[in-house]
Design a protein around this ligand. Structure first.
Ligand SMILES: Cc1ncc(COP(=O)(O)O)c(C=O)c1O
Length: 388
């Protein structure tokens, strides 16, 4: 990413103590306007997947454009219920009687992953009354995850996700309100439209038995190159063909390219190449860099060899593999330099850990007037609290 930093971010940088995740409020508003447009024009519901991004400080802004949240378990569901409001959908591969009982107090849509889970827990869900909606996740057999190969493909061979086509007849369709498919990851419109068309073609008898179809997450609606109008047309056609409601539950697509991780250079050591140690960490603060893996975009830097000074950027932990990536710069880096990684909101701070006692980065909002507001600064108590 050789792009220069936006001027308002350059102005704000001296106010930011590092490491810090910074939400760019102007860019988040731009993303939310796209979600609002899809929702209004396609006539569908759009939920925030809080597994990807959950920052209560910006929920008031997001709430204006969305219908609610979707959670992966009890704590996320409670967060959505108490802090976001509106609808709370929950999907978990498997529930226990205890966590289902808890979830029923914090949600209004429960999705099941297997016929057996439905059989065991449907009576408890139905006892709540007609306002509690029931969904079933099916495996649509549509593999189009663009990231991480099988790691992020719910339809990969031997995947645990979703009722298989051969088992669909055994489901208690009279008690099921929503058909759920989630099979995309960072998909552009061809993935979203392809999934919608595939489900329409392959699962029409099931669609006719429900009131709504949830096309899951992975719709990268705010990524440059995503044709939002193509998605809107596909949803429109689907709704006209089947007369059902449509739900989308993106996480990444709502916050993509709307925030940063700001770090400082601590030291530069030399071992065949310059290795630059930062006050952040791939293992603790950017786990997807190692898991996917990928090299995050960095303002003012280019691929190795493109600028005169190539170096490795590394984290400040004991793990040898705590490497963020190899980049090149116009000038050599030195202690005290600030670096700004781009596209750092999804699956970043929600997945943080404090390995080595590494401090958690600040959470901050960069407002449109250039003011930077610290939402949360973490300390020793946050580390100690998790150790019993
Ligand atoms: C069931 C479900 N819904 C929604 C999402 C959100 O996906 P994304 O953040 O890629 O949009 C995920 C991600 O794993 C998911 O598993």
């Amino acid at each position: 990413m050789t792009t220069a930093l936006p001027p308002y971010l350059i102005t704000a940088l001296p106010q930011i103590s590092t490491p810090a995740y910074v939400v760019d409020m102007a860019l988040l508003k731009r993303n939310m306007a796209v979600a609002a447009h899809i929702r209004a024009t396609a006539g569908c519901r759009v939920l925030l997947a809080t597994k990807s991004f959950a920052l209560p400080a910006v929920f008031p802004l997001m709430r204006e454009s969305l219908d609610g949240t979707t959670a992966s378990g009890t704590h996320e569901a409670r967060l959505g219920w108490e802090e976001f409001g509106k609808e709370v959908h929950v999907f978990s591969p498997a529930y226990t009687p205890d966590n289902l009982a808890e979830l029923l107090g914090f949600s209004d849509h429960i999705y099941f992953n297997s016929a057996d889970q439905i059989r065991r827990f449907l009576p408890a869900v139905k006892a709540i009354g007609p306002d509690m909606k029931v969904g079933v996740r099916i495996n649509p057999g549509y593999s189009r995850a663009t990231l991480g190969g099988h790691l992020y493909d719910p339809c990969s061979p031997r995947s645990r996700f979703g009722v298989l086509r051969k088992d669909l007849e055994s489901l208690p369709w009279d008690d099921i309100d929503i058909l759920h498919v989630h099979s995309l990851c960072e998909a552009l419109h061809d993935g979203s439209v392809g999934l919608i068309d595939h489900v329409a073609r392959e699962f029409a008898p099931c669609i006719r038995r429900v009131r709504a179809v949830n096309f899951g997450g992975g719709h990268f609606i705010n990524k440059s190159g995503y044709d939002v109008e193509a998605l809107i047309r596909a949803i429109h056609d689907f709704r006209s063909a089947f007369g059902v409601e449509v739900i989308l539950e993106p996480g990444s697509g709502l916050v993509v390219d709307a925030g940063y991780l700001v770090a400082t250079v601590l030291d530069v050591v030399h071992n065949e190449t310059d290795v630059v140690i930062l006050d952040t960490s791939a293992s603790c603060h950017m786990p997807d860099v190692l898991e996917v893996p990928y090299t995050p975009p960095l303002f003012g830097a280019a691929k190795p060899g493109e600028f005169p000074h190539t170096c490795i950027l590394a984290g400040n932990t004991c793990m040898t593999g705590d490497i963020i990536g190899e980049y090149s710069f116009e000038k050599p880096l030195k202690p005290g330099d600030r670096l700004v990684f781009g596209d750092m909101l999804q699956y970043s701070f929600v997945k943080n850990n404090t390995f080595n006692g590494t401090p958690l980065p600040d959470l901050a909002l960069l407002h449109e007037d250039g003011q930077c507001e610290i939402v949360r600064r973490f300390g020793y108590d946050d580390f100690r609290g998790r150790l019993g």
